[in-house]
Design a protein around this ligand. Structure first.
Ligand code: PEP
Ligand code: MN
Length: 338
């Protein structure tokens, strides 16, 4: 349930109303003070609330019922776009945030070299996997803690904030300490225990869409994080499994306007995992910006032919530079900046 308050409502009136709403227990009230309107978002069992009594309060303009199961992630709860601050880089809002870097951190030279190159081309955040969720247990699993150290060194050298995937709840403290944004991969999108624990931190969380997840399930996963108090969630569309086998995944570009309509959270697009093909990264990056994404995540490798993971979808730093030039023009055409 959402209570829209009249303009000019005093804090004292909000407090009185909140007291009424919470007096029976089981309800939490989330006030959102927007530039135009203030609303109270109610979470919990609202069936016992006496709407007529609530409406009799002078400060109440109207009551709306939220049919969707996600509340905090719902745009009705927060009409303005959320901007997530990743160590000084805004994700959401007018500027586009491009995250770029290798699928996996492989060596100091590799990660610092790629970091410097992508920064030069205009990337705002460095990505790099230290813990890799591989289909085969015999495939390269990442440099793990050493990978995190190398990412930190690359951040130190370039000033770029870092995003990296967390796989185990046991590593949360370490990630909170080491990285600027914690990535939850497609395979863990419904690891509810992990999501809840991340909700107890205040770190920005990049929540990738599960490969078979509906948009509603994806938003419910964001809700798990937010329900514990962490509202710093960035959504990332990375392609879903369909009957099509030509591409690694089917990049659901249509999910961007849907999510923008349903939620206030920023949404970025990963055209690398979304297609699995390096030549498709540029056209799909363009499409993502044109359709309203708040940014991109792109895999960039200094030597894609010899990458230890996802070389076939990784582009070189030179190709990334071209992509950035290209998407700057698209961004300008849709009133955004990079
Ligand atoms: C990745 O970003 O390298 C990755 C494994 O992504 P996803 O979880 O989308 O497959
Ligand atoms: Mn990858």
């Amino acid at each position: 349930m959402i209570i829209v308050l009249r303009q000019g409502t005093q804090q004292k009136e909000i407090d009185q109303l909140t007291e009424l709403l919470t007096s029976q227990g089981g309800i939490t009230v989330n006030p959102v003070y927007g530039s135009e309107i203030t609303i109270l978002g109610l979470i919990g069992d609202t069936t016992r609330i006496d709407s007529t009594r609530v409406e009799s309060y002078h400060c109440v303009e109207r009551i709306m019922h939220v049919a969707e199961p996600y509340k905090k992630a719902n745009r009705m709860f927060h009409p303005e776009d959320t901007v997530v601050d990743v160590s000084g880089v805004a994700v959401g809002g007018g500027r586009l945030a491009v995250m770029a870097g290798p699928c996996s951190v492989e060596s100091r030279e590799q990660i610092t070299g790629v970091a410097a190159a992508v920064k030069e081309s205009g990337a705002a955040i460095l990505r790099g996997g230290a813990f890799k969720p591989r289909t085969s247990p015999y495939a390269f699993q990442g440099l793990k803690y050493e990978g995190l150290e190398l990412l930190k060194a690359a951040r130190e050298a370039t000033g770029l904030p870092i995003v990296s995937e967390l796989m185990s709840p046991n590593d949360i403290e370490r990630f909170v300490e080491d990285v600027d944004c914690i990535q939850v991969g497609a395979r863990n999108m419904q690891n509810f225990d992990l999501l809840r624990q991340l909700g107890r931190t205040r770190k920005p969380i990049l929540l990738k869409r599960g490969m078979s997840a509906t948009i509603e399930e994806w938003l419910m996963s964001a809700e798990y994080i937010m329900s514990e108090g962490n509202e710093n969630v960035i959504l990332c569309e990375r392609g879903i499994r369909t009957f099509e086998t030509y591409t690694r995944n089917t990049l659901d570009i249509g999910a961007v306007p849907v999510v923008k309509r349903l939620s206030h959270l920023p949404v970025i697009v990963d055209p690398s995992h979304g297609t699995g093909k390096r030549w498709m990264v540029e056209p799909m990056a363009r499409a993502a910006i044109a359709v309203g994404a708040d940014g991109l995540m792109i895999e960039v490798h200094n030597d894609p032919q010899h990458a230890l993971c996802d070389g076939q979808q990784s582009i070189t730093p030179d190709a990334f530079d071209e992509v950035m030039k290209d998407i700057r023009q698209i961004a300008a055409a849709v009133g955004r900046e990079i």
